[in-house]
Write a protein of this length. Sequence first.
Length: 256
Amino acid sequence: MKNLRTDYKHYAKQLLSGRYGQAVVLLLVIFVINLIFQSIVDVFDPGFTYSIETGTWIFESGYTYFSTSGFVYIILSFINFVLTALLTYAMVHFFITIVNRGLPNAGESLSAGFTENPVRTILTHILEAIYLIGWFLLLIIPGWIKIYAYGMKVFLLNKEVHLGPNEAITRSRRMMNGYKADMFILDLSFLGWYILSIFTLGILLLYVIPYHYTTRILYMEEIYDSYRKLNDPNYVSKDDTINEEKQEAFDPFESI
């Protein structure tokens, strides 16, 4: 990590200035979509039934997914998985736009999630799920390490339209070599914010999630540029001015 975590966070706040409105719109739309669809999925879960008398969901032992409701539940769960993959692409698309100092638009990013080669996005998430299941079956800790190893896959899908599903995962694994611990510590530094959001009934998340995502994308941009420059001498980063802007923002002699 070339810069301090505080530097990334400070710069993320600068980039989000005046752009929080669209970020909140995006988060609320995604939340509503997930809430509605997850509620539909839960209705068909054969392991639970809704009691009108008590107004609660009751777990039923001895249930089976080899039934009509079980089959519908499996299909809906897969659709929910697909929906999550496409919405994740939209989220990353939105915050990449912010980091590149563009004008983010919630509608455009949501559209990108469903129109920019969605099959590739879905296949990438399916392939990642298969890999992660294998690693988690092996041991818990290697599984969590691989989550961070594959953590740049959606970022790469956004940056390079020609990348295939397995290539995006492989490239992510290579790029994150030596950076997984730093990314983990960066995520851990936001833990206090997420705990605090519990006491605000989740309202604070509308501030924390954009802040967290932007900081993460800033670090991914640095990793991506370093990797490309190392492997391609002719590569010229579109974001070479970011570090210059950071230095200007943190110039200790600025006020002198």
